[in-house]
Design a protein around this ligand. Structure first.
Ligand code: 2AM
Ligand code: CA
Length: 269
């Protein structure tokens, strides 16, 4: 794939910001940390990394909107083009010294994700995709797993610790699904979960209560790798609801057969 100028800019921004993230990760025990909400932490590292990313993106395309996790206002509604940025996806891992976090940068045109980068600076793995051009890990094309039986599927998820009302219905679903799968993983970075699912490392992913910057780049990776993404009811409203199921078409159908009950007996859809 020959990346477009926009994707090249996102890659450059992610790599430069990744260097700062690694420097800050080395001193994670000394970072200043604030609590934005319940179990919702932000460190000075998140803010420094975001500043670096926005510097590059705004220099390249000063007229385009930016929605970034640590910046306000969240949407300026001026341009049809919008960067969607998560400076450190997996902040809790980062703060605890667990090397599983990523920089996520997506470019949206209206409601469509056109380009996306998920960068894991600790390993140097850079996942990227452009609409219609496939998904790549560094120089290699990636594809979704071919597993067709839920019983053989390694499924990844995340716990809705910041959304107390979602916990009981989430745990009901977890209880149902765990014995039907090979096993479940909970990594703490939705962006990497989607990237790993796109690369066939996980056979599927589901989570509730995510924000657009957790998902946008990963969703494009997933689709361009041949996967299907929907909300828990199998519909297309996941960017708004934050509830997401992603897998190859066969496993996706089997997962949604269980998750589609979501929202039928509580107001969480
Ligand atoms: P973060 O590390 O950038 O905060 C873990 O389950 C995943 O969910 C991470 O990608 C984490 O992103 C995200 N996440 C956790 N709580 C969230 C919330 N309240 N809103 C949006 N995303 C959240
Ligand atoms: Ca995030």
């Amino acid at each position: 794939m020959t990346p477009s100028p926009q994707l090249n800019l996102a890659i450059r921004a992610a790599r430069e910001a990744g260097t700062i993230a690694l420097q800050q990760f080395d001193r994670h025990a000394h970072l200043k940390i604030e609590e934005k909400g319940r179990s919702d932490l932000v460190s000075e590292a998140d803010q420094m990394v975001e500043k670096e990313i926005l510097f590059h993106l705004r220099k390249g395309y000063p007229q385009w909107d930016v929605v970034a996790e640590e910046s306000r206002p969240r949407r300026r509604q001026r341009s049809e083009w919008c960067w969607v940025v998560d400076p450190i996806d997996g902040t809790t891992n980062f703060i605890h010294g667990i090397p599983h976090f990523a920089i996520s940068i997506a470019l949206m045109r209206e409601q469509e994700v056109m380009a996306g980068v998920v960068y894991h600076p600790v390993s140097g793995e850079l996942f990227m995709a452009e609409r219609g051009a496939g998904a790549f890990l560094n120089d290699h094309r990636i594809r979704i797993s071919k597993t067709e039986r839920l019983q053989q599927a390694l499924i990844c998820t995340g716990f809705p610790v910041r959304h107390a009302p979602y916990l009981p219905p989430y745990l009901t679903l977890f209880n149902q699904l765990l014995p039907l799968c090979h096993d479940m993983r909970r990594s703490g970075s939705a962006a990497l979960d989607l990237a790993y699912t796109a690369a066939g490392r996980f056979d599927g992913f589901w989570e509730v209560g995510l924000a657009p910057w957790d998902m946008a780049a990963g969703v494009l990776l997933l689709r361009e790798a041949g996967g299907i993404v929907s909300d828990l009811n199998g519909r297309n409203s996941f960017i708004h609801s934050g509830h997401i199921v992603a897998a190859n078409p066969v496993i996706h159908e089997q997962l949604v057969a269980h998750t589609q009950a979501w929202g039928s007996n509580q107001s969480s859809s």
